[in-house]
Design a protein around this ligand. Structure first.
Ligand SMILES: Cc1cc2nc3c(=O)[nH]c(=O)nc-3n(C[C@H](O)[C@H](O)[C@H](O)COP(=O)(O)OP(=O)(O)OC[C@H]3O[C@@H](n4cnc5c(N)ncnc54)[C@H](O)[C@@H]3O)c2cc1C
Ligand code: FES
Length: 324
């Protein structure tokens, strides 16, 4: 005989299912997920957002892969370079993506040269900077570092505020999209270069930060609570050991100093060498190792396989020969 579950048991089962769904939705927030599919997108709108910053709205008429605050796209530029750009539009908009680009070097200049109707290939979105709402959050954005933070503050609940730093107001994109009551604009021309202790002002809750390396390092040293951050530029090499790289095609031997990456040294000889994130997570700089050993003792050693390495983060022992 099958005994029907009691009302109490049914309530318990429903509660367990809700809890399970909640756990899954949270875990989606904290995993780095990539959609490994290339998308061909058209530039639908180009807008100047600040000094040297333009935003691009990208679409192709079909629903696009979903994303959450903190996600970025791998953008394949017309020259073949690849660079990453954070999604800074509305995650609920299934038909377009928005990115914003500060002009820095050759890759970002290519994006600044695009006009409406041009096409681009992108891959993603991928999220390496997930946002999980907390009771108390402090967001800190430095200049173009506002791009991943903007969708976060739009989704933020509870007690949160944003400190948005930059050289001057003219250099800060998206000021018109930020709620004035929760945001402090802090410019170098009015207040001098920011100091981490002053920004944190004793705050010990969750900090979400994207900005220049000196600001990031200062906050890392000073903040004692949870810190979530994203870098747009490579991290400094810490505890590296010097080694040599031999380029197989020319036989050139290049010394890699303790505080430099193999990528930065190779780039001086081969300016067209492929790279993108320079932090070991996109795989663009993977190169075959023809001889020598990857260093397992010090420095960043992740990301290599038996016969290849990510030259932006992995190091060698003695001399390694690369298929370059
Ligand atoms: C996950 C991720 C998300 C990113 N999101 C954005 C974004 O939303 N908008 C955006 O404009 N850029 C973003 N970037 C940086 C972007 O991918 C490129 O690195 C940047 O456009 C410079 O590329 P480039 O080819 O113009 O210059 P390169 O010739 O490749 O670089 C020139 C120099 O500028 C440094 N650099 C890179 N970014 C900055 C910066 N913001 N400020 C100061 N120096 C910098 C590099 O370290 C390098 O030394 C992101 C990077 C990552 C890894
Ligand atoms: S450039 Fe992205 S892994 Fe090296």
């Amino acid at each position: 005989m099958i005994v029907p579950p009691s009302p109490g048991l049914r309530r318990l089962a429903r509660a367990a299912e809700h809890y399970h769904r909640w756990i899954i939705s949270r875990s989606r927030d904290v995993r780095v997920r990539a959609v490994n599919r290339d998308l061909r997108l058209r530039v639908e709108r180009v807008r100047r957002e600040a000094e040297d910053v333009v935003s691009l709205r990208l679409a192709n008429g079909s629903p696009l892969p979903t994303w959450r605050p903190g996600s970025h796209l791998d953008v394949h530029l017309p020259s073949g370079r690849r660079r990453q750009y954070s999604l800074c539009g509305d995650p609920a908009d299934r038909f377009s993506y928005r990115i914003a680009v500060r002009r820095i070097g050759a890759g970002s200049a290519e994006l600044h040269a695009l006009t409406e109707g041009d096409e681009l290939t992108v891959r993603g979105p991928r999220n390496a900077f997930p946002y999980a709402p907390a009771d108390r959050s402090l967001f800190i954005a430095g200049g173009i570092g506002i791009t991943p933070i903007l969708p976060m503050v739009k989704a933020a609940r509870g007690d949160w505020r944003l400190i948005y730093c930059g050289r001057s107001r003219d250099s800060l994109p998206f000021l018109d999209e930020l709620p004035e009551d929760r945001v402090r604009i802090r410019t170098d021309d009015e207040h001098g270069v920011p100091d981490a202790a002053e920004l944190l002002d004793g705050f010990d809750g969750s900090v979400y930060l994207c900005g220049p390396a000196p600001l990031l390092e200062a906050v890392r040293r000073t903040h004692h609570g949870p810190l979530h951050f994203e870098r747009f530029a490579p991290p400094p090499v810490v505890d590296g050991r010097p080694f040599e790289v031999e380029l197989a095609r020319t036989g050139d031997v290049l010394p890699v100093p303790a505080d430099a990456s193999a990528l930065s040294v190779v780039q001086e000889r081969l300016p067209g060498v492929a790279y993108s994130c320079r932090q070991g997570f996109c795989g663009t700089c993977r190169v075959r190792v023809l001889a020598g050993e990857v260093d397992h003792r010090g420095g960043a050693t992740f990301g290599h396989t038996e016969d290849s390495m990510l030259i932006c983060v992995s190091r060698g022992t003695g001399r390694i020969t690369l298929d370059l």
